[in-house]
Design a protein around this ligand. Structure first.
Ligand SMILES: Nc1ncnc2c1ncn2[C@@H]1O[C@H](COP(=O)(O)OP(=O)(O)O)[C@@H](O)[C@H]1O
Ligand SMILES: [Mg+2]
Length: 278
């Protein structure tokens, strides 16, 4: 007889319990900033195939703990999440890293209150939030670890899977040859709207770095545009203008918002054409 397996919140809690119990005292100590003897209240917020996310509370202190499983995806997700939160500590763009444990695969960070961007963004306010997203992207670009690289966007995208050949899009290949890569930088690589918290309804904090990796600078801008246009197609190009406007208002470096906008438009075209051909 086939066994049924329910991947329920109860199963997840059961698996996480021994690990969280083992570390409860240390976690309460770190969260309570040295206060002794506080109980730790643990609430499961979300789970996916690689990780479980918990709210931790002791007294008036709250933290966010992401526990990764030992699957290949979980191990890789942990490595990326930890690396990114450590690298972005003090940047203001991400929750502050508080602690991590390599052996058990968890990261503890500051708890960001409020709702996710997904809950607050709607067609009525999409352009205002898009502009704020542009500001966040520029701050992330300024704070993320980066390294120099050579090449241009035509060469880079030419090797990218899931895109139609640039030669199929009028003028794109020649234009992108003229846009140099401005270095590699840590990119979050996940523009789901649930991955931004809006603690005060104005600023954004980016969460969820389990896919973070070094990408040509500007890559998160390209992905943000794809997510925006998929959800609010009725706003079309105005989304790109708002994103570039927010980005340019904050950015002080070598990336040019107009070039990023052009790039984002071409990647969208190449993706749609590839999908149609498939
Ligand atoms: N530091 C944080 N503080 C408060 N809530 C958070 C924090 N990080 C993530 N969250 C919430 O938990 C959810 C799951 O976390 P996330 O890292 O996105 O995991 P997943 O990989 O399952 O999407 C997020 O969508 C967000 O609502
Ligand atoms: Mg997420």
């Amino acid at each position: 007889m086939a066994m049924a397996y329910f991947d329920s919140a109860a199963d997840r809690l059961r698996a996480a319990q021994p690990i969280l119990e083992k570390w409860a005292e240390e976690l309460a100590h770190i969260l309570g900033r040295g206060d002794i003897g506080g109980a730790l209240r643990i609430t499961l917020i979300k789970h996916n195939t690689a990780s479980d996310s918990f709210r931790l509370q002791t007294g008036r202190h709250t933290g966010f703990l992401k526990l990764f499983n030992k699957s290949e995806e979980g191990v890789e997700g942990y490595r990326r999440e930890r690396m990114a939160l450590v690298a972005l500590k003090g940047s203001g763009v991400a929750p502050r890293h508080l602690a991590h444990c390599d052996a058990d695969g968890f990261v503890l960070s500051e708890f960001i209150g409020g709702r996710t961007l997904s809950e607050v963004i709607s067609s009525n306010n999409a352009l205002a939030w898009t502009r704020r997203l542009g500001v966040w992207l520029a701050k992330m670009d300024a704070k993320a670890p980066a390294e120099p690289c050579r090449g241009n966007w035509a060469e880079y995208l030419g090797r990218y899977r899931g895109l139609a050949p640039l030669g199929d899009i009028a003028g794109a290949e020649d234009a992108l040859y003229e846009i140099p890569l401005c270095g590699m930088a840590l990119a979050r690589c996940d523009a789901s709207f649930t991955n931004w918290m809006v603690p005060d309804m104005v600023t954004l904090k980016g969460v969820d770095y389990e896919r973070a990796e070094m990408k040509p600078r500007g890559w998160d801008f390209v992905l943000a545009y794809q997510a925006l246009i998929a959800r609010f197609p009725e706003h079309g190009e105005a989304l790109l203008e708002a994103l570039a406007d927010g980005f340019a208002s904050q950015h002080r470096g070598a990336l040019i918002a107009d070039e990023l906008s052009y790039l984002a438009r071409i990647v969208l075209c190449a993706r749609l054409e590839h999908k149609q051909a498939a």
